[in-house]
Design a binder for this molecule. Sequence first.
Ligand code: NDP
Length: 332
Amino acid sequence: PVRWGLIGATVIAREWMIDAIREAGGEIVSVMSTSTERGKAYAEEFGIPLAVTNLSNLFASGVDAVYVSTTNERHRAEVVAAAEAGIHVLCEKPLATSLSDARDMVLACRKAGVVMGTNHHLRNSATHIASRDIIRSGRIGRPLSARVTHAGYLPEHLQTWRLKDPTAGAGAILDLTVHDADLLRFILEDEPETISTLTQNSGMAAEGIEDAALSLIRFRSGLLAHLFDGFTTRYARTGVEVHGTDGSLFASDCMPQRPSGTLTLRTADGDEEIVLDHKNYYVRGVRAFHDAMAGKGAPPSTGEDGLISLAVALAALESAKTGQTSAISTGL
Ligand code: NDP
């Protein structure tokens, strides 16, 4: 089995990724936490043989791949070090808090010839895969507009750095808009070119940090998308709609982390409910990552994909600050 090391004793690993790695046939051999105590307790709780407090000890534990899920300002140093040690990397989104950091990460992995994946799990959703396939087949004609509602409620146990620590990459844009950007690129097979964003602070996030944002994106084809992302609405229904010249797709309840969603295709023939085979997104992602390590294909979302989704999020933040439309560019 692939031997994994966890960088970060985190909630996302606890809730999804430890199980996903194991279900995909991987073995977790070590975990790194900057706190000896928390790392030990975490390793014990999840039956991980070794807890370490630095990267060199983690790499020395004989890992083939690392899963990086620390706060975002730490990703660059951890990913570059893993690449330089010849270790494959699956990194959380946003890849980093600046484009130059994310570029360094992508270039280090390229240079070392290791696989780099970005954990944009929504690409592994049956709902979104079906949308992409239907659009690709031409059934909605030429896509003209899209709408993403990615508004939920940030659970209490996650109301920490995301709401108050700008260094770690706080705010709804780096947390949620980044996912929408990757998802729309995946579904539409089109590239975002400009973004215009307004932000909101409803009092949940600290002053100066957005807890919701509304963005407009123009894609290369001319398609216009609008996205609403937020931490603050408990009862909103998430959704992704794509409207084309010959049909429309309506995906509903399709943005949670658990497999979910319904999909309706509306054309001149009426409404068709698309049958979906829901499977765990994270397991599917790790399986594909293992395949990529074995030379079969690429991870669902690559390092380059993560760089682009970050470029969209950073352009959104810039637009919100300047009041102008921002161009989206990775500089790579
Ligand atoms: P956590 O808040 O659980 O952990 C982030 C870091 O904070 C850890 O690496 C840890 O440092 C430190 N930390 C954790 N618990 C404590 C504590 N009790 N006291 C002090 N420090 C602590 O992060 P999340 O799991 O919420 O998010 C981690 C990453 O995953 C982010 O990049 C996020 O954007 C991404 N994410 C992705 C999701 C997805 O579906 N793709 C979903 C959720 C998050 P150390 O490890 O050194 O101990």
